[in-house]
Design a protein around this ligand. Sequence first.
Ligand code: ARG
Length: 249
Amino acid sequence: MKRNLFLSLIVIVILGLLSACAQQSEDTLVVATDATFPPFEYIDEETKEIIGFDIDLMNAIAERAGLDITYQNVSWDPLLAGMADCQYDMAISAMTITAERAKAFSFSDPYINAGQITVVAIGNTTIGGPDDLVGATIGAQIGTTGAMEAEAIQDSAVKVYDTYELAFLDLANGQIDAVIADYPTAVAFVNQNADRLMVVGDVFTDENYGIAFCMGNDELISQVNAALAGLKTEGFVDELVVKWYGDAN
Ligand code: ARG
């Protein structure tokens, strides 16, 4: 009799553990990111893992808020569309908080400020900043604030690319006159191509990055904002700037 009771108890405990596991994987939140954007999210050449400022930040937020997350690498343009369709729970992708995007999905509080800057080929003596871009052929990643800024320049011919890497490649090869990109990312690509590319002029927009959420997930948004606030106060976000920007700050 005692033995039966003991066995039943074991069975109950095992069943409990199993259902806890099932629960766990059901609750895993999918975080979309376009891992082509150093230093925020990119693929580590050696480990093939997604790394960067945003990944460190998101991991720290998840740990603090007790969230179980998994990353999905999605190209930028489909990532924006997918967020609007709630295909992913969240996205962290150096995404500028804009009024237009906020109509399609929700944002966390801002976590960092970054603006646009101009990059040209070394030896270019005519373009010294955004004011010299009138009539120029300008490259940017499709659907980014950089592409929008390029469009806004008088008589510009804008060439959009699936990734910034391709835009900078075309610039290095003399196919386009300039690239407009987020400052820290511009510096990261220029550093990879220091003999061919250079940053010119000043940062000319004021943009804040936020984590994106499927619209209406208010409980998750407040959990993430609370964790983010704690990490900011404790100086963790500043530490990430030092760790990932190097000389770009
Ligand atoms: N901050 C810019 C924007 O929101 C560019 C972001 C691109 N991010 C990326 N992971 N490709 O439009």
